[in-house]
Design a protein around this ligand. Sequence first.
Ligand code: PRP
Length: 217
Amino acid sequence: MLDLTIALAKGRLADQAIDLLEAAGTDCRVVREMSRKLILTDEQAGLRFILAKPADVPTYVDYGAADIGIVGKDTLLEENRSLYEVLDLGFGTCRMCVCGPEDLAGRLDSIPNKRVATKYPNIARAYFEARRESVEIIRLNGSVELAPLVGLAEVIVDIVESGRTLRENGLAVLDTIASLSARMVVNRVSMKMKADRINPLIQSVRRQLEQAGRTTP
Ligand code: PRP
């Protein structure tokens, strides 16, 4: 019987998520098979993996189409859904930052009605609202660092990992909004109804993280 569905974020985090689940004793061979299938089923283990766009993983888990999701904290903050965030998985670490030209450092609030370009409009809006700064949010889909370079926006809100993209484009971190990493999330109903199945999985992943010396909340 297929009793557990895990949603993985396609892209950067998927490989590390699979490595971790496997190290924790979950057979992930079906996911490793090179294919374009979006649902990968291991009948014997009663397990099903779905491969979703990162930004959609919280939606699948929130509606119960998946019981468990592995997704970046950036997406969780942006989507702000009511899920159980059960584990910090310790990989995919980076920061959500306000970035812009170096000469704005320390005087971010000196520009009234700034334009802020971002893939994360909700995070950006919440940050500037908390500072009582009035801004215009411009939603982009990627290569956000381009916006201040061509006058589309004064600053950006984006992920900084190594800092290389900023450096190579003459931009700097002006403020850090949040530390980010991959998280395991669980649907609220599944957490209760499938506790027998989900709790051991959480425990084995937690043990694996502890053995690997990664911190967990
Ligand atoms: C992300 C992010 C930055 C970059 C940061 O972009 O949006 O642009 O990585 O990494 P760095 O600090 O190591 O240079 P991604 O590669 O996901 O592509 P995107 O710009 O299309 O979103």
